[in-house]
Design a protein around this ligand. Sequence first.
Ligand SMILES: Nc1ncnc2c1ncn2[C@@H]1O[C@H](COP(=O)(O)OP(=O)(O)O)[C@@H](O)[C@H]1O
Ligand SMILES: CC(C)(COP(=O)(O)O)[C@@H](O)C(=O)O
Length: 285
Amino acid sequence: MNDTMKSSVFVPAHITGFFTIEDHYIDLKKGSLGAGFLINKGVKTTIEYCNHLEINISQGNDLIIKEILKIFEVKSPLRITQDIQLPIGAGFGTSAASALSLSLALNEFLNLGYSIETCGQIAHKVEISLGGGLGDVIAQTGKGLVLRTLPGAPGIGEIKSFNEDVYVACKSFGDISTNNIITNPNYKKIISENGKDYVDLFRKDSSLDNFLKFSYEFSKKTNLITNEVKSMIDYIDSSCDILGSSMAMLGNTLFTFSKNKEDLEKLKIDWTYVGKLNNKGIIYD
Ligand SMILES: Nc1ncnc2c1ncn2[C@@H]1O[C@H](COP(=O)(O)OP(=O)(O)O)[C@@H](O)[C@H]1O
Ligand SMILES: CC(C)(COP(=O)(O)O)[C@@H](O)C(=O)O
């Protein structure tokens, strides 16, 4: 047991701009290629000693927590608190952040000595089995702008991180069922055909401009872009000097990048998130 009797881990939300779907009969090798980014809100999991199992979660259900506890074979009664700081199902990767932050916090609190890769593989397996996503867990072990170059769990897949000094604003209009999209044969085909083109181009020139351009084109070519997101992008493009905007995969959520916060605040949009790109990654308290 951790002698401080309390462990907290924050895992940043991850927003995908474009991606491919990489099936495999081994869940640890199943995932996605693509590019996305991390922000300064996400999921913070805190574990304390308690005389009975207590789960406090700010939203959603305890399905992910129960699955992770099963894999860790946790016997000691704990108080697990999860602060999910963004809307669930809206393209922020909250299921992956819930699974990864809990795995890392359990590892620290129980002094198990697992590597981040092992904790990430546990989280990835739960993410895949529950249909929460494909490549968010490995992406959340990166920093800033994250390119997935090999699919799979941490320690199996591969990522490259790029540090960018920019502001991001996200506006969510609601959720989109990730599982319905990533298991639909027609979507799988159009997503992977277009996603592969953009991954190949982005690998050659991994600039922020390209990320924003490729993501917006991807959202239109896959017909995933929603009317709300498209109209908001048109309004933003006509209003001010921003770097670019697109749709979060997979949520009815817009994201836009700017060199300064003032231009984002001038838009008078009730942002779901506005802040700097997260170039630091996971935080252990
Ligand atoms: N903390 C959670 N506990 C249980 N289920 C969750 C949690 N977060 C998300 N989910 C479920 O996982 C699926 C994907 O959610 P999420 O990862 O939030 O989607 P997105 O990555 O698009 O934000 C949804 O069906 C959602 O209901
Ligand atoms: C795009 C998606 C397949 C789903 O993302 P989300 O809905 O945020 O879980 C993501 O997991 C990825 O692999 O890039």
